[in-house]
Ligand binder design. Structure first.
Ligand code: SF4
Length: 218
């Protein structure tokens, strides 16, 4: 089953309604109290689970509660604290560079502007969208992680797989005010039901409107 282009917006609205009903409490699963903490947690979440990041950040934020403090921290100390999140040398380098630039060029405040965010070390468009959408309530774009990428294709919302192209397709289908929650909903569904290797289509509340259900239902 393929969704005709003329019906895509109606289909997208139906998908959104179902997911909202299924996960009324969907939210960012990283723990944070301000934009600085969310940016740091998101940098650490690359190739790592949110759960693991949430185990590491309490100590990190206790020791270095601000960009100024983190910018002054010895790199080896940061590496030691974040080691269990993987790729810790690169991540520590990103965190140091991010904290230094926020301190030197933004007065210690994480900027709420896409162009300024992506100019910071360790911050790509995905991380910037996470920070803008969740810490500042600004729907600038849609976070396309591996779950959003996979579900967008399976649900017939786009044929694209490149994250930038997926985002470009999704922003035309969903109202701007829903962009941030849409990512959370897809991520929650991807983690709980629409698994990468073994999607549980038999238990999925979207199976009757999902063009991929027949591929995975035996
Ligand atoms: S029906 Fe299957 S493929 Fe479609 S969203 Fe549900 S679990 Fe994923």
């Amino acid at each position: 089953m393929r969704i005709p282009k003329s019906e895509l917006k109606v289909h997208a609205a139906r998908v959104l309604r179902r997911l909202l009903k299924l996960y009324p409490d969907a939210h960012c699963e990283l723990d944070y109290r301000n934009p600085y903490e969310l940016a740091v947690a998101t940098i650490l979440s690359a190739q790592c689970t949110d759960k693991r990041v949430n185990l590491v950040t309490p100590e990190l934020f206790r020791r270095w509660p601000s960009p100024e403090a983190l910018a002054a921290a010895p790199r080896e100390e940061i590496e030691r604290v974040i080691q269990s999140t993987g790729f810790f040398r690169n991540k520590a380098k990103s965190l140091s560079g991010f904290a230094a630039k926020v301190t030197d060029e933004h007065g210690g405040q994480v900027p709420a502007v896409m162009e300024q965010l992506v100019a910071l070390p360790g911050i790509g468009r995905k991380t910037a969208n996470v920070v803008l959408g969740n810490a500042f309530g600004i729907n600038e774009g849609i976070v396309v992680d591996t779950h959003v990428q996979r579900l967008s294709k399976r649900l017939g919302l786009t044929k694209e797989t490149d994250p930038v192209k997926v985002e470009r397709a999704l922003v035309t289908l969903f109202p701007r005010g829903r962009w941030t929650i849409l990512s959370h909903l897809m991520i929650w569904h991807g983690r709980r039901v629409c698994d990468a290797r073994k999607p549980r289509c038999g238990d999925c509340s979207l199976a009757d409107i999902c063009p991929s259900a027949d591929k995975f239902l035996q």
